[in-house]
Design a protein around this ligand. Sequence first.
Ligand SMILES: Nc1ncnc2c1ncn2[C@@H]1O[C@H](COP(=O)(O)OS(=O)(=O)O)[C@@H](OP(=O)(O)O)[C@H]1O
Length: 359
Amino acid sequence: MGCSKWRAALNLGHLRGQSARSVFLTMIMLLTYLFYCLNGFCESLPRPVHDQQSRHVKAVSDRRAASPTFSASQTSTLQEEPSNASFGDAPSNNMSISNTFGSKKFPQAIIIGVKKGGTRALLEFLRIHPDVRAVGAEPHFFDRFYEKGLDWYRNLMPRTLEGQITMEKTPSYFITKEAPRRVFSMSRHTKLIVVVRDPVTRAVSDYTQTLSKSPGLLSFQNLAFRNLTAGLIDTSWSAVRIGIYSKHLDNWLRFFPLSRFLFVSGERLVTDPAGEMGRVQDFLGLKRVVTDKHFYFNQTKGFPCLKKPEGSSRPRCLGKSKGRPHPLIPPDVLLRLRNFYRPFNLKFYQITGHNFGWD
Ligand SMILES: Nc1ncnc2c1ncn2[C@@H]1O[C@H](COP(=O)(O)OS(=O)(=O)O)[C@@H](OP(=O)(O)O)[C@H]1O
């Protein structure tokens, strides 16, 4: 009898010991996760900018607690210093808000345009690269939110580790008059990427987007022409104006040398994404990690898609608003528009030293 009681007691003790061990292990796991999150590693997925704005308040208090350390993590070409100290409380160099797991830095490279050029595709393709970290949403700092200040802007950026490049894309920067001066003030060394696409197709794509939001919109030709019978193009319509690339580029060239730009062909980004990504990675001083192994052509979508996008192990194409069918525009309307753009295109080819083949 004594023996069986002891055996039962021993079994129970064994069970209690096991459950205590699993509670202990769970606690350890929870604590590790908590520590991991506190250090910003739960933030790897892109958040809407507004969400990030609300976190700004917390970040300001974080910053007060953390002593800023100069980031020696970047290579010499990518290490930046804002050249203009006139921004009220703006930092005098790219001091980083650092912790053990990286720090937030100003972007060393920005995709500044053009709207409907293929900017989202380029950013998503770049994000596969382990040395690139980018904001998912468009920050619109240099056009809409400039008064919020550089600290606000930097705080939107993801944390980067040594050797990683911070990036963002906001296609409207390319046509914003004040943007070149503002970007220059942040850093004269910022690398500028412009994805350009045939301005006629781009205009139709732009129109398609507006039409999807306002179904009662006037026809393309009604908006594109000041006088339809005389064939006078309405350059005040943004869908037309954005495509005058040479004019917008002139504005940027007053601040940045041509060597600071990379012009990516929106057409080649579709027909040869790996080839175009090779040029982009070279320009950014990155190892050519993103190659043809990362892409496959999705027949249904009619566009290249990623085999393994950032943070996922499954293939993924861009959303429905990217690569959607365009309404049919009368050929004579397109021809007139093409004739309108020709001299501007030629000037653009001349400046950039690259014939994009739109004419
Ligand atoms: N891989 C892939 N998948 C889908 N779409 C692709 C891709 N590569 C380039 N494109 C072209 O990108 C066009 C949208 O350009 P943007 O991303 O610059 O648009 S936006 O300015 O951010 O709204 C979009 O324009 P539309 O075809 O008019 O929808 C596409 O032609």
